[in-house]
Design a protein around this ligand. Structure first.
Ligand code: SAM
Length: 340
């Protein structure tokens, strides 16, 4: 008879040889499969014949976790948040990560948009998959109020979540529809400032990156010329509703904050909101956009944490050289909030 129970001994997960414990474990597993099936991630359901009951202390009667491959870790059946094993969960809790655009994402974008660089500031669906996998379970609802060409929606499609989005620029909106036609009814070509009128259902999680103030309008002549020559956008649009066209910093911050406050009412209780943003510079002065959003949004949300996204494959420009200090900002803040 195969073993149905594993326990940790000497930092190693070993099969239990005790026949009595083995029988109790088999019975518990049968009950779990019958009565708690909804709690079990697909990965375990699909390979149920290989699943063993697990308790780190080796207590079969109080075991409430399941395991297949000890290398992948165990899934705790009382986990209300996601479908991750303990090992996967802990791995994601590191306060920083390095991520550069991936070829597989660029290829997927190219196939749909014919031009990966049409939008001047997208993020990679693979990077967003990590957040979606951590903050939701399979089948749950995820909203991106600045969805651009739909990178968050692609992450939802890949991970079996339901994506919702808003995007002001019609061209980007259409690209997001092309990339995720299954979410067609959930994506709106509108301003996120109208989000309360768009009839969204209760959302489990929201992740987005707003315009980083008007930085694109202030990019170097060289950047603008290069992109214009190639027929690419150097900013999002000329529309007045485009938050990237607001030149007054305080007004910009106020309008972004209002949108995230509106999303508070759409989020389920205890749901998380992730805002990916940078501190920015204007005329040699730093404007702490990430920190200002963190402080202002905590008037309503619990500010839980920051996770720093680092890009280490971007070339450095000699901004202040040889006269004054000016950094190349190559890190972003993924600010993590929770609805109280
Ligand atoms: C940083 S980009 C987000 C890109 C997106 N994460 C992606 O990967 O494609 C910000 C987006 O916000 C959009 N935007 C600007 N103002 C908006 C508004 N008032 N409502 C909705 N979208 C807006 C811009 O057109 C742009 O696509």
């Amino acid at each position: 008879m195969r073993s149905y129970f594993y326990h940790k001994k000497l930092k190693k997960v070993v099969p239990v040889s005790d026949e009595k414990q083995n029988k109790i474990a088999k019975k518990r597993l049968d009950e779990i499969f019958k009565f708690k099936r909804d709690l079990i991630p697909d990965y375990f359901i699909d390979r149920w014949s290989e699943v063993a009951l697990y308790n780190p202390g080796g207590d079969v009667n109080n075991a409430n976790a399941i395991i297949i491959n000890p290398e992948d870790g165990a899934y705790d059946l009382s986990n209300p948040l996601n479908n991750l094993t303990g090992k996967e969960w802990i791995k994601f809790t590191c306060s920083w990560f390095i991520f550069n655009a991936l070829q597989k994402d660029l290829k997927e974008e190219r196939e749909v948009s014919l031009n990966t660089q049409d939008h001047p500031a997208t993020f990679s669906p693979t990077m967003i998959e990590g957040f979606v996998n951590f903050f939701t379970k399979r089948g749950e609802f995820v909203l991106d109020p600045f969805c651009g060409i739909g990178s968050t929606l692609v992450a939802c499609k890949r991970t079996g979540r339901v994506g919702y989005g808003v995007e002001l620029n019609k061209k980007y909106y259409e690209l997001s529809l092309k990339r995720t036609p299954e979410f067609r009814k959930n994506i709106f070509n509108d301003s996120a400032e109208n989000i309360t009128r768009l009839n969204f259902p209760k959302i489990d999680f929201s992740i987005s990156s707003p315009p980083y103030w008007d930085v694109l309008n202030r990019s170097t002549k060289d950047f603008k010329n290069k992109r214009t020559k190639k027929g690419l956008d150097y900013n999002y649009s000329q529309q007045v509703e485009d938050l990237g066209n607001i030149s007054d910093y305080d007004i910009f911050v106020e309008r972004v904050v209002k949108i995230y406050f509106d999303i508070y009412n759409l989020l389920k209780n205890g749901g998380y909101l992730v805002v990916i943003v940078k501190n920015v510079k204007k005329d040699g002065i730093m404007y702490p956009l990430a920190w200002d959003l963190a402080r202002k949004l905590s008037a309503k949300y619990k500010l839980k944490d920051e996770k720093i996204w680092i890009q280490d494959k971007v070339g450095l420009s000699p901004y202040g050289y040889p006269a004054a200090w000016a950094s190349n900002i190559l890190h972003h803040y993924c600010l993590i909030f929770q609805k109280k």
